[in-house]
Structure formats: C-alpha cells, structure tokens
Design a binder for this molecule. Structure first.
Ligand code: 0X9
Ligand code: ZN
Length: 770
C-alpha cells in the first residue's frame, strides 16, 4: 500500500558534491568524500518531520519523499547529531557511505575489464561507458542482420548518447517502435546493465525462441544505456560516485554544477517537484529542454512517429510507474497504463518473487514535473513508463554485483510485457489464471480478457480451441462476452486422468488472427478429482500444530490469536484482521502486541520462529496441493523473507518450497507437494519467520490452510451409481446418462453415443467389478 498523502518536495539544499565543484568541467581532482556519512531511513509522519528531515540533509536517496513513509537520506556526522537532537525517528541503512564506496572502487579496480568475446561475464560487475559501448558493438558484429549501433545525439561534453537498434528483417514502415533507456541519473548504476541485458537476450534468443523472434520481428527496439553519459563518466572518477545530474557548469552567481535531466523535459516543465536552485539535486535548468541530453532524445523520438512505448529505468526502490508525474489527475489512458503496470509487476514477481509496487508516479512516489515519462506520453502520445529497479533500501545506489544479473533478468521480463503490448496486435490474459486442474467429466468455464495491442478486437471473433488427450485436431468453440474485455469459453468434459490442451484466438478489425499463447504452445490442464484432506481456519485450536523457536529468538514467536494490528510508516505491519471471512477472527501471527502498541513492540527479533503443520497422510494420492494465505511485512535493515518448507518424514528433513517477500497485505500461495517430495503419510509444512541479524521490523501471519489430494479413484465402470455394488439400478443410471448425452455413456469410446454402448455396458456389468 502506498502513502495516501504525499507532499511536493523541493530538495533545496546545496549538495556537498555540488558545492565542492568550484572549478571548470570536468571537476577538480579530489572530488567529494563521505567519510563518516551514513544513510538513514527516517520515519516521517508529519509535514513538520518532513521539513525538518529535508532541512538536515543535502542528499535524498530514496523516492519515498512524503508523509507517512520512510525517506532514505545521506547525513554527515553533524547532521546525524542534529537529527537525533530534533527527535526524528530513524534507522541506519548504511553505516559508512565512504567505506561502501571505497569497497566498491577497490573491487572495480581489481575487476577484469570486459572485452569482446567475454560474453555474459559482462553482468558480473559494473562497467564503464566505453565498455558498454564495446559490448553493444560486439552484439552488432555478431548479429548484423538484426542490430545496428545508433547515436541519439551528443551530451554537453560531446559524448555520444549511443544505443543499439534491434529489429527483424523486412520493411519497418509500419512497425511500432520502442525507446527503452537508462541512466538519466548518473549514480544509478544498476540500470545500464538492464539495457545491455535486454539487447543481449533479444539477439541471442532470436533464432531459437519463437516468442522472441515474434517480438523482434514486430517491434523496432531502440535501447539506450546512457541518456546522461557525462554524469555517468563522472561517477567513475575518484570520489564522485554519487553524482546524479548532468555536468552543466554553474550559472552566473552559483558554484553548483548540473541540471537534473529528469526535471528538464519540456512538457509541463516548471511545475511542482522540481527546483529552481542550481544547487538542488532536482534542479530543472533554465528552461524546458535547456540541456543537450534532453534535446537529443526529444529530436530523435519526435522524428520517428512510430514510437509506441517507452521505458526510463532508474534506481532504486523497486517500483513500476506510469503517468502522470506532474499532477495527481489520472491520464486518459489510465486503464491501459494500469493493465501494463500490473503485467510488468507480475512478470517481475514471477521471476524471483520480488513485488515491485505499481501506480502513477505522482501518487506512488512524489510530484515531479519535467520528467521524461510525462513528455513521452503528453507530447508524443507514447505509452511511457519508469521502473525504479533494485534494491528497496540498503545499499541504495551501490547495488552488490551479484544482484546485477537478477536485477537485469527480472526487468527484462517486464520489458517483454511492454514489448508485447508494443508489437502484438491483441493482448490476452487469463484474469483468474489458468486452472491447474478441472473436475473430471464436467465442462469447465475458463475466462480470458482480450484487449487492444497495436490492433483492435473484431467483435465476435474470439474462439477457444481445445482437445483431449494430446493428439488430434483442436475443436473450436466461440467465446461468450461477459462484459468489458472479458470473455468466457468452456473446456470440454474430459475423463479423469486425461489432459486438456487449449488456446485462444481472435481477429483484429483488419483481419489479422492472433493466437494466445503464442508460438503453438497450448495451455494444459488435467481432469482429476480433488478431495480436501485437511483444512484449518485457525478459529479453534487444532491438534498437531507445533511451534519451534530458536534459542536466539527474543520476541515474536508464532501464536494463534485474533491479531492486534500495528502500523509502520503508514503501512500495516501486523494485520488487524485475520484472512477468514466473518465470523472468523483468528490466525497464526508472530506474537500479538497490546492494543495501541508500537509496530516494533511485538515483532520478530532474532529467530527463526517456526510453525509446523500437523502430520498429513497423503500416501497413495496422485497429487496433493497445499494452499494458504500469508502475510509478511519486513522492512528496515536486511528484510527477512518468510520461508516455506515441506517434509515427507515428519520433519526429520525439510525441502525448501518458496520464500515470500514483504507485502503489507494478505496474499495466497499454492504448491503441489509432489513437486518437492514424494507423497507419504508423514507430510508436514513449515512456515519460518525471523529477524536475523536483528535489524528489521518483521511481522508474519498465516491463515486458511487447506490441503487437497488429487487423483482418479479406481472406479468400476459398471457401478454407474457408485453404490459399491452392481444392481439393476446401475442400468437405470446408465440409461439416464445416455439420455442426457453424458460422455460416461460412451462405453465403447467411439466418440458418439449409440445403441452399441448399451451392449458394451451390459458386457461390463456381466464381467462384474473387482
Ligand atoms: O526523481 C526522479 O527523477 C526519479 N526517482 S530517482 O530516485 N531515480 O531520482 C523518479 C522519476 C519519476 N519520473 C518522472 N518524473 N518522469
Ligand atoms: Zn533516477
């Protein structure tokens, strides 16, 4: 949940970095050091606390500048003392900024420089502007038919704003284009590798991955790693690691360098959330498009009317955001933006489980006028987004090198969604997901949403294609409109144990047929009976649940209770309500505090604390699914995910199933036990919460735990009424099903019900049941 009240902020103080820049460009030797500086996360609850915080720092690190949230700020030892004096509540996020910068610099000094032929080792550590260029050039050399180098224009100091153009063969006259860039802000080093990774993946997978080929053939990608090359190069010079803006020399009367290019775009330039002070980190410049970097991108983008989507990567905070940034009004295309925000958010979550928050910029972080996103959308009509990549907090801009690749991978997956919107004629999505199983011998409805991509839906053209058993032709059936973009199809009744394969298709108003999933890769579900083997809403004490607390746990052990909610920085830390619908009230929580107690007073400290399910007898089932609702809120310090394990030997050994990241809301998860351990009569599930090292606010809860087994019970065909014995009533039952057209009555499996099925039934009846 985001903060409801956000105030516009002008980060007004002259930065230490900027005030030290007295000389001409480039900067004087020596740069700026941050010895003894810390980054602290301040818990801001009132306008006064926000004003005090901003008056006491000259470098805001996080996006979360608002009331009812945490603001990450860098402070000198003196500023830290003043914060303590002022009674601000904060936790230390980075103990020693300079030590971290020095450690990174030492590592980079010792790193192997990337050279053509080194391949994906590129993502092992950060690289210079020149190395990024060589990396893209090497890709162009390997894939000359798909890729070429581009130069968008030049920076103030004359560097090329280079990039790579990637698209498949054929005319591009009508091909939608995409502009995806990074590093408007120099210190946001986690972002250029995302661009490099997108380029590498699109090219290296083109020949072998049908979906990538489809995207590259239908979209003209323009990928630009550095919109602010001067700033980026500057961050690689000694003691300038935290530079943000471009390298514009100080205007008359000032000694401060740099314009924030992301406050300089000429759409609604000069509004709130941008500074007139040249020393501010959000200095907007003397006019919209006063800077060569924004001018260059403007001219490049407006010269090509085919641009349809844009992404401006920033760091950090893990957010997916859409227009507007200058106003809290929702843009005319908000439904489309919201859909794409969600698709990108889900693509990221399904990679490593990280949940990036999503929404319009203004309300998700803060008002910011003169940003790239607003110009792309407002002036050019391009569907424009910005993602703030990893991490959420510590260590801010100094992303550890082992996260460069995972960060790139999850954001590449988000880009595939945006590219799909750019190049695909229609977009499909299953609002409730694909059903993992369907009941046997029962037609099952399945919903699909169809919306416009680069084409528009032709009314009435939606179809479901399905087949049973993995062979033979697909059967077509029309989709029924349910209102809006949602349609319903019906999966055929299928015998227990069989597999149904299915896909959807629809036409555009220009009669292009689009198939989902793409690339002849149908969805699958199997027909099986499900039986609830165990269910517990935790409203009463059920025997067998076991709590194991590590000796290091000082607070916050699991307990079954009606939870007392707590709030931290505007977000729910421990839930006030359990998940079960009324009259349900109870669930398992990690300690229950007193009403009105502080968020940190009954959270987990140390640990782990473990909650073990009763022993479940799942032996003999074909499959078993565990479903539960969980809550995990873990912020500050090192966040501690909830860990889920399963055992099939009553807890002697445990297999990791998944982890859950911080959310501040009830969420649900399911897993198939047999995907992790073979099914036995000694299965247990374990939920682990901890705060190790003890530096976070961590609250966990579990509710509505259900285990169901799946299978196709060995049935006797002739026992039509499943009475357990064969009687004359089974003939009546058979006849009834025959009359109804029930596929059960197709005794000889001929595909149609004929009189021969009666003879077949009689034959089986005579043979009897085992
Ligand atoms: O303030 C910014 O420019 C971005 N956050 S950052 O911490 N990376 O500096 C947010 C960008 C919001 N986008 C636009 N205003 N277009
Ligand atoms: Zn940024």
């Amino acid at each position: 949940m985001r903060h409801s009240s956000v105030v516009g902020v002008v980060i007004a103080a002259c930065t230490a970095a900027a005030s030290a820049q007295m000389g001409p460009t480039p900067a004087p030797p020596g740069g700026v050091r941050y010895d003894g500086h810390k980054v602290v996360q301040v818990d801001v609850r009132t306008a006064r606390e926000l004003t005090t915080t901003l008056a006491l720092t000259d470098d805001v690190w996080s996006h979360r500048v608002g009331i009812g949230g945490q603001v990450d700020v860098r402070v000198s030892p003196e500023q830290l003392a003043a914060m303590q004096q002022a009674g601000l509540r904060f936790t230390v996020m980075i103990e020693d900024v300079q030590a971290q910068i020095d450690a990174e610099a030492a590592r980079l000094a010792a790193r192997a420089h990337w050279a053509p032929g080194d391949g994906p080792g590129f993502f092992d550590d950060f690289h210079t502007y020149d190395e990024h260029r060589a990396f893209l050039q090497d890709l162009v050399n390997q894939y000359p038919n798909l890729a070429s180098m581009i130069v968008v224009g030049q920076s103030l100091e004359g560097r090329d704003i280079f990039g790579i153009r990637i698209t498949g063969p054929g005319s591009t006259a009508n091909r939608p284009a995409a502009f995806y860039n990074a590093a408007q802000h120099a210190r946001e080093w986690a972002t250029p590798p995302v661009i490099a990774y997108i380029a590498e993946q699109l090219l290296t997978n083109y020949a072998t991955d049908c979906r990538i080929q489809q995207l590259v053939d239908s979209v003209e990608f323009h990928l630009v790693p550095f919109v602010n090359p001067d700033g980026y190069v500057y961050t690689w010079t000694p003691n300038n690691r935290l530079w943000r803006k471009n390298r514009k020399p100080p205007p008359a009367g000032s000694t401060c360098f740099g314009v924030d290019t992301n406050r300089n775009w000429g759409y609604q330039w000069g509004g709130q959330g941008a500074s007139t002070d040249p020393c501010s980190e959000t200095y907007r410049g003397v006019a919209g498009f006063s800077e060569p970097e924004t001018q260059a991108v403007r001219d490049y983008v407006s010269a090509n009317p085919r641009f349809r989507s844009a992404m401006d990567f920033h760091s950090y905070s893990q957010l997916v955001m859409s227009p507007w940034a200058y106003t809290d009004a929702l843009p005319p295309d908000h439904p489309t933006f919201a859909m794409l925000n969600t698709r990108m958010q889900q693509a990221i979550e399904s990679t490593y489980g990280l949940v990036y928050a999503a929404g319009p910029i203004f309300t998700t972080i803060y008002p910011a006028s003169g940003g790239a996103v607003d110009w792309f959308y407002g002036a050019e009509g391009v569907y424009a987004f910005t993602i703030e990549v990893r991490p959420t907090g510590n260590p801010g801009f100094l992303l550890p090198p082992d996260q460069i690749l995972p960060n790139a991978i999850e954001n590449y997956n988000a880009i595939l969604e945006l590219a799909g919107f750019t190049g695909d004629a229609l977009l499909f999505e299953l609002p409730s997901g694909p059903p993992a199983t369907v009941p046997p011998n029962t037609p099952t409805p399945v919903q699909v949403a169809i919306s416009s991509g680069s084409g528009a839906y032709y009314t009435g053209s939606g179809r479901l294609h399905s087949r049973i058993g993995g062979a033979g032709p697909f059967t077509l059936s029309p989709l029924t409109p349910l209102g809006g973009t949602v349609f319903q199809g019906t999966l055929p009744a299928a015998p227990c144990g069989s597999v149904i394969e299915y896909f959807f298709s629809a036409d555009t108003t220009t009669f292009q047929t689009v198939v989902f999933p793409a690339c002849a890769d149908p969805l699958q579900t199997s027909a099986v009976s499900a039986t609830v083997a165990f269910t517990d809403e935790f409203e009463t004490a059920v025997a067998g649940w076991t709590i194991q607390n590590d000796a290091s746990l000082t607070a916050g052990g699991w307990v079954r209770a009606d939870p007392v909610g707590t709030t931290n920085a505007g977000a729910a830390a421990q839930p006030e309500d359990d998940h079960t619908a009324a009259p349900g009230v109870a669930c398992y929580v990690t300690a229950n505090g007193a009403v009105g107690g502080a968020a940190g007073s009954a959270d987990v400290d140390g640990g782990p604390t473990r909650l073990l399910s009763p022993t479940l007898d799942l032996a003999g089932a074909d499959g078993a699914v565990v479903n539960y609702w969980y809550w995990l809120y873990s912020v500050n310090g090192t966040p501690d995910p909830m860990e889920i394990h399963v055992s099939n030997n009553n807890g002697s050994t445990w297999t990791a199933v998944t982890t859950h990241a911080s959310q501040s809301s009830w969420r649900t998860n399911s897993f198939a036990v047999q995907d992790f351990v073979t099914l036995t009569d000694q299965v247990r599930v374990r939920f682990t919460a901890n705060d190790t090292p003890n530096n976070s606010l961590t609250e966990a809860a579990i509710d509505d735990f259900v285990v169901s087994t799946q299978g196709c019970p060995a049935t006797c065909y002739a026992d039509c009424n499943t009475s357990g014995s064969l009687t004359v009533a089974d003939f009546g039952c058979f006849q009834g099903k025959y009359v109804l057209g029930d596929l059960y009555a197709d005794c000889n499996a001929s595909g149609t019900l004929t009189v021969a099925d009666f003879g077949c039934f009689q034959g089986k009846y005579v043979l009897g049941c085992p």
